[in-house]
Design a protein around this ligand. Structure first.
Ligand code: IDP
Ligand code: MG
Length: 160
């Protein structure tokens, strides 16, 4: 009873992961999805999507003052992206580790950016930086009904 109670109190978080236009163009969509799938997180939302300048600017609003902001918006809107919502205990921080450092040359081998990219301006994938931003970004990129609640059959084999 007590372990179950404690387990149910564990915070289940959501993160917004996005394959950026370079990842789509380079045929890395399957590879990137696969990293999160194999880790054991739950996919709750997935779509290929061409975003507007307005949406890109809202997503990256905290970086509005940066000199690279206009180029970043051009990059993110330059082609379709793959939008994903992932769920799990600790998913936000773990996804950031799987993704690796912002600059792919500094990212550890074994991470997505460390293995698959060479430049900050073409770093193939986005991941939310906090549970709050995870929720905010999923609400921004997905419409009502596009995020699914489901129970993977492997659940008892991932968590005791
Ligand atoms: P993050 O994606 O690792 O969270 P942030 O600092 O939040 O990194 O920056 C968001 C995105 O803006 C980066 O992933 C990258 O695409 C772009 N970016 C950040 N810093 C630079 C830069 O110095 N030059 C060009 N693009 C940058
Ligand atoms: Mg960020």
């Amino acid at each position: 009873f007590l372990p179950h109670l404690i387990a149910s109190l564990e915070q289940v978080d959501q993160t917004y992961i996005m394959v950026k236009p370079d990842g789509v163009q380079r045929g890395l969509v399957g590879e990137i999805i696969s990293r999160f799938e194999k880790k054991g997180f739950k996919l709750t939302g997935l779509k290929l999507f061409q975003c507007s300048k307005e949406l890109a600017e809202e997503h990256y609003k905290d970086l509005k003052q940066k000199s690279f902001f206009p180029k970043l918006i051009d990059y993110i809107t330059s082609g379709p992206v793959v939008c994903m919502a992932w769920e799990g205990v600790g998913v936000v921080a773990s996804a950031r580790k799987l993704i690796g450092a912002t600059d792919p040359l500094q990212a550890e081998p074994g991470t997505i950016r460390g293995d698959l990219a060479v430049q900050t301006g073409r770093n193939v994938v986005h991941g939310s930086d906090s549970p709050e931003n995870g929720k905010r970004e999923i609400a921004l990129w997905f419409k009502e009904g596009e995020v699914c609640d489901w129970t993977p059959v492997q659940s008892p084999w991932l968590r005791e």
